[in-house]
Write a protein that binds this ligand. Structure first.
Ligand code: DX5
Ligand code: ZN
Length: 216
């Protein structure tokens, strides 16, 4: 499969009292990018990090920052998160914005732009904005919380998109572990955003090595 496998630890699963160290741990363990979940308490029933957490991560590590906006109005925060140091900024197609305009504005900031689909959203919803996307993220849980069970339904859509776009970065996020990572890989995913299954094991580096081997 074409685009390289990327394993991105999600710091939502980290101890919030030690976020700086958690970012360093992800980098030292061989993570490709740090996945940072931003929740506004409106688009999803939870509140998480702010642009200042992205700034902190930017200072902590050299690897890219993959920032996932679970916000009703992501268009109002493009500048804040790009200026804070996001390397990829992902917005939801279900949010209340002109997605094409938001994605274009992200690219104009020199940042990779990504569209995200909730598990129930079909591909026709993103069709018109695909040319503006550097990455497409398929949620494999309903967004809002870490540690939920994997939902396999989006994988059929992911496989269909992979057929049409062999080189596009296709990501999965939510409920990933050894088994569900392999299952997603078999359907064409190449980016894996993983919280609990990387932070729970004692040795994150060994877990990333295991996954890299299994997903190659
Ligand atoms: C869920 C977030 C995920 C979360 C995944 O709303 O978007 O990135 O951190 O956590 P796990 O891997 O524990 O399901
Ligand atoms: Zn996420």
């Amino acid at each position: 499969m074409n685009p390289p496998v990327r394993i991105n630890p999600s710091i939502l699963a980290a101890d919030v009292g030690h976020l700086y160290d958690a970012c360093r741990r992800c980098e030292d363990a061989g993570g490709d990018e740090i996945h940072i979940d931003i929740m506004d308490g409106v688009f999803v029933p939870n509140v998480s990090f702010s642009p200042s957490v992205v700034e902190m991560a930017r200072k902590a590590v050299k690897i890219p920052l993959n920032v996932h906006l679970m916000m009703l109005r992501p268009d109002q925060y493009v500048d804040a998160f790009c200026d804070a140091g996001a390397d990829t900024l992902l917005v939801h197609i279900e949010a209340e914005h002109d997605a094409a305009d938001t994605l274009q504005r992200i690219r104009d900031k020199g940042v990779r732009a990504g569209i995200t689909l909730n598990p129930a959203t079909t591909l026709d919803a993103i069709e018109s904005v695909l040319p503006l996307c550097d990455e497409v993220l398929f949620m494999t849980v309903n967004p809002g919380f870490g540690g939920q069970s994997f939902m396999p339904e989006p994988l059929t859509r992911l496989a269909e998109l992979r057929k049409r776009h062999p080189d596009l970065a296709l990501a999965v996020d939510g409920g990933l572990n050894r088994t569900t990572c392999k299952q997603s890989r078999d359907h064409g995913a190449n980016v894996f955003d993983i919280g609990s299954a990387l932070f729970n094991p004692k040795d994150m580096a060994a877990e990333i090595r295991w996954l890299r081997d299994a997903l190659a």
